[in-house]
Design a protein around this ligand. Structure first.
Ligand code: NAD
Length: 263
């Protein structure tokens, strides 16, 4: 299937590693040009160079913290300068900290809101005019399985990703007639650096091996294994493609069956 991504320009946020990077790699392999951002310039530039080398894609990297509106504006402006327009936006950021309601301060709620909800709103606000003008656009938010089945001890993520989902579902209808789709993709437990670090930390706390800790997660997943970033990126590439033009307002999980609900 030709996804029709050749010549498209995609802005992928928080893409130096993990799911963001996997999506960027997949889009570049399909012929898209990339604008990438993340906080750490060194890691980001290394990712840019590796993707460009392996795929031959044009890749621009702009160091930025997505919680800072000026940084977001800089990413969009450098991207536009380089490519003239932006066709695809993949909203992503690091995950907010774990914790239960009574362990979290007002400051932590505010920071997490900027990270998980406002970053997606602000990037969308700046990129949407291009999409409306060209009457074609794809907005894809990386959220979480927490949207369909809240995850224990993750009240920040459970709350704010529901906010992103409400935003996306509403916006989807507002811009559908302009040829713009807005969708969410929900990762389950996927083997990224963050998840490996998390397993290492939790294992140390409990005095068990990281493999034994990971096995606990795997036991809750019908497929009995973590997902691979490439498996996630394949759906992302389809959802932002020409071929997915009639799919909007959806939230689709890539979770090996972890979510137990019917819909
Ligand atoms: P990761 O830590 O491996 O990668 C996160 C990326 O975001 C990195 O490139 C990092 O540099 C960048 N980043 C973090 N904070 C940033 C900021 N303020 N500004 C700019 N860039 C920033 O994480 P991941 O596993 O790829 O997860 C990506 C998103 O998906 C997170 O929000 C995470 O909570 C969510 N998620 C992941 C999983 C999973 O199993 N991997 C499951 C559910 C949800």
């Amino acid at each position: 299937m030709d996804l029709g991504l050749k010549g498209k320009v995609a802005l992928v946020a928080a893409a130096s590693r993990g799911l963001g990077r996997a999506v960027a790699e997949e889009l570049a392999a399909e012929g898209a040009s990339l604008i990438l951002c993340a906080r750490n310039a060194e890691a980001l530039n290394a990712t840019r160079d590796q993707i460009a080398l392996h795929t031959g894609a044009a890749v621009v990297a702009v160091p930025a913290d997505v919680t800072v509106p000026q940084d977001i504006a800089q990413v969009v402006s450098v991207g536009r300068e380089q490519f003239g327009h932006i066709d695809i936006l993949v909203n992503n950021a690091g995950g907010p900290p774990a914790g239960k309601f009574e362990s979290l301060s007002r400051e932590q709620w505010e920071t997490a809101t900027r990270l998980t909800l406002y970053s997606a709103i602000e990037l969308t606000r700046l990129v949407l005019p291009d999409m409306k003008e060209q009457r074609w656009g794809r907005i894809l938010n990386i959220t979480s399985i927490a949207v369909k089945q809240p995850v224990e001890n993750l009240i920040l993520s459970n709350t704010l990703r529901a906010g992103v989902t409400g935003f996306a579902r509403t916006l989807a209808n507002e811009v559908a007639a302009d040829g713009i789709t807005v969708n969410n993709i929900l990762p389950g437990y996927t083997r990224t650096e963050r998840v490996e670090e998390l397993a290492g930390m939790m294992a140390e706390k409990e005095g068990i091996s990281p493999a034994d800790f990971t096995a606990r997660w795997e036991s809750e997943i019908p497929m009995k294994r973590l997902g691979e970033p490439r498996e996630f990126a394949a759906l992302a590439a389809f959802l932002v493609s020409e071929r997915a033009g009639y799919i909007t307002g959806t939230s689709i999980q890539v979770d090996g069956g972890w979510i137990r609900s019917l819909l």
